[in-house]
Design a protein. Structure first.
Length: 498
């Protein structure tokens, strides 16, 4: 090594030394030592945190904790099972008092309205404006008043005309009370009378955040609220959630909120003997479940836009990646569907015919595609085109059934759906008139590739592959006079080699 490089090294070492000196933490004021206690004394094993950060530790056998370094202006918080979250009041007093959760659920509790109110009330939207906006545009907010739901429940059409076709109250009135347990969890009575007040907000904020644990009823048979244990206070408030450092004094942490089991009681349901809702059991069997990916990871993924849960109302600035969306979709369902549906085509041109091997699968979905309400379906259309763009029928391969609707029935393709039949074998039928035998299920199973073969005449020049998503059978949409809401989620044109 020459003298020049040796000098450079010495200089570098000196600079590094100076930098380490500069970067050394200031020990005394940034380290906080304190104690967690309750009405009886020390609370050992509490989770202690510098609020809004990842820095945490646990209180020891005598309730003492040490947190370092404490960021300027941040409080320390503590939580243990059975308690509200507590926090330090000031930097000079490092002790944290933990208040016990109420021991019993109060069934006389009055539900808080989620929507904004003019008065300085407890209404969630008054402080959580952004979360409220997201929730309002989600299905959870429409689970009672949604027009499709109402029409199918009451037997009305889009314009409110009674006795039109499918209707639970008209076709199976004895089953009227069954829907409330999931769709209107805060009402006892759910009959022909219209629900009023907070209960008409469906699956609302206050209900979801009073869920304390999952009961031990059999999933699928014990529906919605009958399988969820609540903790409603006699006085004051209790809000359970996934933050262990919210310190309004009314907040409590529960790990259940980051777990698929939280969603299971409402998203798994055998109704009138028919397995109508199977999203949770589909998830249990999925690669996502094996990798530990929960419903919330995909459906409540942070938008990255929210940095404060209650700006101007006591919320603190937080990392946007730790706050979850209440739209319950990553962007929108349409965007998720577009990202989820994948397909490739291999085309082989023979002497007299063209053979196509179509592969369809789903990606980034933690259950079958589609899932949810039993009438949801995808239509895969595999259309041959002549050089001038006219359609060519296939010679071999599956064709779409009448259920796909007038426009598409008989054309090459496949229906990806669960198809219920009634006792006489008729279809489509509402689930309340269906025979209990498991329906034919042709949906996309996560991790599995569907391979379908088609043969077209020689003059077929291109292949147009399209996938539509529909929420309801087209025949029902037509008879209910619903606006058409089918969504094209995949479209690609493939050309065979010359
Ligand atoms: C279907 C049940 C459900 C409904 C309805 C619901 N929440 Fe939540 N909420 C959750 C779950 C689950 C989490 C935890 C998400 C996570 O950590 O992955 C959560 C998290 C939160 C948090 C903690 C911060 C965060 O983003 O993780 C707040 C605050 C909150 N919700 C407020 C509300 C408000 C206000 C409403 C109504 C406008 C509402 N919630 C409606 C289930 C619900
Ligand atoms: C108290 C019952 C209940 C709980 C708990 C619940 N859901 Fe739902 N969920 C429903 C109902 C009912 C609907 C259907 C609303 C409608 O369209 O009528 C729904 C709809 C949805 C939708 C479709 C939303 C849309 O905008 O179309 C998604 C996604 C969803 N839930 C995900 C979840 C996830 C994830 C969880 C757990 C974190 C969860 N739900 C917890 C009852 C519940
Ligand atoms: C007066 C303002 C205000 C109102 C009204 C309000 N909240 Fe909050 N809420 C807050 C603040 C502030 C926090 C703590 C935010 C933080 O730590 O960043 C919070 C936290 C929460 C949490 C987080 C709990 C946890 O530990 O994960 C939930 C859940 C919650 N609120 C639900 C609700 C619901 C449901 C309603 C309506 C019934 C509601 N809030 C009404 C201000 C409010
Ligand atoms: C790996 C990500 C992932 C996981 C985990 C996941 N989902 Fe989904 N989910 C999706 C995608 C992507 C869609 C959009 C495609 C679709 O509509 O089926 C979706 C759609 C849905 C829908 C709408 C169905 C419809 O067409 O109306 C519901 C309801 C739903 N999921 C509930 C759940 C529940 C409940 C869980 C947990 C038991 C869960 N999901 C787990 C990714 C996921
Ligand atoms: C086990 C809980 C549960 C029960 C019981 C239940 N539902 Fe549902 N329902 C759901 C969930 C969850 C969804 C959302 C699935 C999705 O978005 O695909 C839903 C969606 C629906 C939809 C689609 C709404 C829309 O706008 O797309 C209709 C219609 C419906 N349910 C009717 C009923 C009727 C009628 C009953 C009573 C006979 C009933 N449900 C009972 C959980 C339940």
């Amino acid at each position: 090594m020459g003298w020049a490089s040796r000098a450079a090294l010495t200089l570098l070492a000196a600079m590094l030394g100076a930098m380490t000196l500069l970067a050394l933490p200031d020990p005394a004021p940034s380290c906080l030592e304190g104690r967690v206690f309750d009405d009886r004394g020390a609370v050992p094993g509490a989770r202690v945190r510098v609020q809004g950060t990842k820095i945490c530790s646990r209180s020891d056998g005598r309730g003492r904790f040490r947190l370092s370094p404490l960021l300027a202006g941040r409080r320390a918080t503590a939580w243990r099972e059975g308690y509200f979250i507590g926090g330090t009041d000031s930097a000079s007093d490092p002790s944290i008092f933990l208040k016990r959760l109420p021991s019993d659920d109060n069934s006389d509790y009055e539900w808080v309205d989620p929507s904004p109110s003019a008065a300085e009330g407890q209404n969630c939207a008054n402080c959580h404006a952004e979360i409220y906006r997201e929730w309002s545009s989600s299905g959870h907010a429409r689970s009672v008043e949604g027009r499709h739901f109402r029409n199918l429940y009451e037997g009305t059409d889009w314009h409110g005309k009674p006795d039109s076709d499918w209707g639970l109250l008209t076709q199976h009135p004895d089953g009227a009370g069954v829907c409330a347990s999931c769709h209107a969890p805060t009402t006892e009575a759910f009959g022909s009378r219209r629900i009023r007040g907070v209960a008409s907000s469906g699956v609302h904020c206050d209900y979801c955040h009073k869920i304390e644990s999952v009961a031990d009823g059999q999933l699928g048979l014990s529906h919605g609220r009958f399988n969820l244990r609540l903790l409603r206070p006699k006085e004051g408030q209790v809000f359970f959630g996934s933050l262990d450092d919210a310190t309004r004094g009314e907040d409590a942490y529960s790990p259940l909120y980051r777990d698929s089991r939280y969603c299971a009681s409402c998203h798994e349901g055998i109704v009138f003997g028919v397995h109508v809702y199977s999203t949770y059991s589909e998830w249990q069997a999925s690669p996502a479940a094996r990798q530990g990916i929960q419903c919330q990871d995909c459906h409540m993924k942070p938008t990255g836009r929210m940095t404060n849960l209650a700006p101007g109302h006591g919320g603190i600035d937080r990392d946007a990646r730790t706050l979850h969306n209440h739209r319950f979709f990553d962007g929108s369902q349409e965007e998720m569907l577009r990202r989820a549906v994948k397909a490739t085509v291999e085309i082989e041109r023979g002497q007299r015919e063209v053979r196509a091997r179509v592969c369809v699968w789903s990606e980034g979905v933690g259950h079958c595609l589609p899932t949810g309400f039993i009438d949801r379906h995808l239509i895969l259309s595999v259309e041959g085109l002549t050089p001038d763009g006219r359609t060519v029928d296939s010679i071999e391969g599956p064709i779409l059934p009448a259920l796909a609707g007038e426009k598409l029935a008989g054309r090459p393709g496949r229906l990806l759906a669960r198809v219920l039949k009634d006792m006489e074998g008729r279809t489509p039928v509402p689930f309340w008139l269906a025979a209990p035998d498991p329906p034919l299920d042709t949906r996309l199973v996560p991790g599995r590739i569907e391979e379908i073969h088609f043969v077209y005449p020689r003059h077929m020049a291109r292949l147009r592959l399209r996938v539509w998503y529909r929420r309801f059978w087209s025949e029902v949409t037509r008879r209910k006079r619903w606006p058409n809401d089918e969504t094209l989620v995949f479209e690609q044109v493939f050309s065979p080699p010359l």
